[in-house]
Design a protein around this ligand. Structure first.
Ligand code: ZN
Length: 567
């Protein structure tokens, strides 16, 4: 029910399908107060293209709306036909310490009102709790998670608790990750967000991500401020919810991706949303109070959704790291928290794409914290000794001066054969050094290497965008002959082989083996279980994801064997 469409960092554009409805992630669910919505779910759907909202089942259960919800269902109650997620009252439990409903009752109630994604009654650990208290809370949460499996009807949240204690978050992620849940919220993080304590928050998110199943979407429960969205997406969070748009509006606070401003302090609106462009802060301040709140509610939503669009575009073009490095400069604690990613380099590197649609930009010394830094150090160690001083990566082989992420304007005296060999080793490993020996080079209009031929057969094209080779089937055959199994291979199930041979994409669920050293967006050799080459294409996921996902394309096949040998 969840598939990945594009990746950058641990961030992903995903497609989540629930009850026949589709949500594109990363997605923000506006929190709807079932008693009195400041902005109607219908308007959210029409004006903001909201595909998913969240409301509180416990509030409905406790109020006069209960019977109506049971009769009409929660969608009709809210007048919203997208995905409705419901919370169980855990937040009320944390705030008031006690609520009068059992885990079973609130799950059954969510089933009865037709919630698309329900939530069991987990225990959010309060901020100041000791380890012992947090551990006790977690025990109850796990017990209730097990109980919830019995009553689960549709999709359900498997919330990860554990307070600020990483060993407990790890334990919780492993336990609930093995159960039949559909989405994994990371719970009880609001206190960190409210106090701008981003360092422990980043540690918690990455610990959970490391131990949760990679194929399940992760919801950062209670997070929805545009300031933190880009970073949270980079860390692998797929879903967010926001009551901030309305709570902040009531406090006359104006949300922006660079922080919160008080309406009274603004002389200009730094925003081009439909409500801000037609007025100014002075005019808005003179409006009656309900209209000020209406104005700020809408602006806050526009600001949040606009930030989400920027994030998605950044994932598509491979500039999410750059976006995050600009966002973290908007709060000193956010900037400080970025250092934590160094602790998780090995984990994050496995998911980091090999190449991007946009160039690599150095934004400051923290750029070196990116996992790609460590990766390229390992990969270039095998390339030739003729090096230049790269401002970010240090000593880099001259042969890679036009290849991602090393692009430089400097010009070097180097033969085309050396360039080709250097790129081959960087891209395919030292065993592939001779891959394009004695090929014929065709040049592009700018005079750069463009195509490599053997006799009249095209073997590869050097892609101008990233200076990496794109293989034809014949080029792939040569690489296949040079590299022993399992290097560069993605092995297809018998059932999928005929399709790959025709040049059709290979889906993740039909992969029976994959070279764990491959990285997303690299060239991959598609083989059958006898290691016969069936096709060549671009790997769309990381090996861990290929193994875990049941939906989505693993290798975008460029050419199948049949097109070449039985044309
Ligand atoms: Zn605005």
């Amino acid at each position: 029910m969840f598939e990945i469409r594009a990746k950058d960092g641990l961030g992903r554009i995903g497609r989540l399908q629930i009850n026949g409805k589709t949500v594109e992630t990363p997605a923000l669910m506006p929190v709807i107060n079932p008693k009195k919505a400041e902005i109607s779910p219908r308007e959210l759907q029409e004006e903001f293209k909201t595909q998913i909202v969240i409301t509180n089942a416990y509030i409905i259960y406790q109020s006069h709306l209960r019977e109506e919800a049971l009769q009409k269902g929660v969608h009709a109650l809210l007048d919203f036909d997208g995905v409705v997620e419901t919370d169980s009252g855990s937040f009320q439990l944390m705030t008031y310490g006690n609520i009068d409903v059992t885990n079973e009752e609130i799950i059954r109630f969510q089933n009865d009102i037709g919630s698309d994604v329900s939530t069991f009654l987990d225990i959010p650990t309060v901020p100041g709790a000791t380890f012992e208290q947090a551990e006790k809370d977690l025990e109850i949460t796990v017990k209730r998670a097990k109980e919830a499996q019995k009553f689960k009807k549709g999709a359900m949240n498997g919330t990860v608790q554990g307070g600020r204690f990483l060993p407990l978050r790890k334990k919780a992620s492993k336990i609930v990750g093995k159960m039949e849940f559909d989405i994994h919220p990371i719970g009880a993080v609001v206190p960190f967000l409210l106090k701008y304590q981003f360092t422990p928050l980043v540690d918690i998110i990455l610990t959970c991500k490391k131990f949760l199943p990679v194929e399940k979407p992760v919801h950062l429960f209670g997070a929805g401020h545009p300031l933190v969205l880009a970073f949270a997406v980079l860390l692998g969070c797929d879903l967010f919810d926001s009551a901030a748009y309305i709570l902040y509006a009531k406090g006359h606070r104006y949300l922006t991706p660079f922080g919160t401003r008080n309406l009274e302090d603004l002389l200009y609106f730094p925003c081009e949303c439909p409500v801000c462009t037609h007025t100014d802060p002075e005019v808005v301040s003179t409006l009656p109070e309900p209209e000020i709140i209406q104005f700020l509610t809408r602006h806050n939503l526009y600001a949040t959704f606009t930030e989400l669009h920027k994030i998605k575009q950044a994932i598509h073009e491979g500039s999410l790291w750059e976006l995050v490095e600009s966002r973290i400069r908007n709060h000193p604690n956010l900037y400080e928290s970025y250092k934590i990613i160094r602790k998780y380099t090995l984990f994050m590197e496995k998911f980091e794409p090999f190449t991007k649609r946009t160039g690599f930009f150095y934004t400051g010394k923290e750029t070196k914290y990116r996992p790609v830094y460590k990766r390229v150090k390992t990969r270039i160690a095998f390339v030739d000794k003729d090096v230049f001083d790269h401002p970010v990566f240090g000593k880099v082989p001259v042969s890679l001066s036009q290849t991602y992420p090393f692009h430089t304007d400097e010009v070097f005296d180097i033969s085309e054969e050396e360039i080709i060999k250097g790129i081959c080793i960087y891209q395919f490993g030292s065993k592939a050094a001779s891959l394009f020996d004695s090929t014929k080079i065709a040049h592009g209009r700018t005079g750069k290497i463009r195509h490599l031929y053997q006799d009249k057969t095209l073997l590869a094209t050097l892609r101008p965008m990233d200076g990496l080779f794109v293989l034809t089937f014949e080029g792939a055959e040569k690489l296949h002959a040079l590299l022993p199994f399992p290097e560069r291979r993605v092995t297809a199930d018998e059932e999928a082989c005929p399709f790959v041979k025709e040049g059709k994409d290979l889906f993740a669920k039909f992969v029976i083996h994959i070279d764990k050293n491959l990285r997303c967006y690299e060239e991959a050799l598609i083989t059958d279980d006898t290691d016969a080459l069936l096709g060549v294409g671009k790997l769309m996921l990381s090996p861990e994801e290929v193994k875990s996902f049941n939906k989505g394309v693993a290798v975008q096949c460029r050419r199948g064997v049949n097109a070449v040998h039985n044309p």
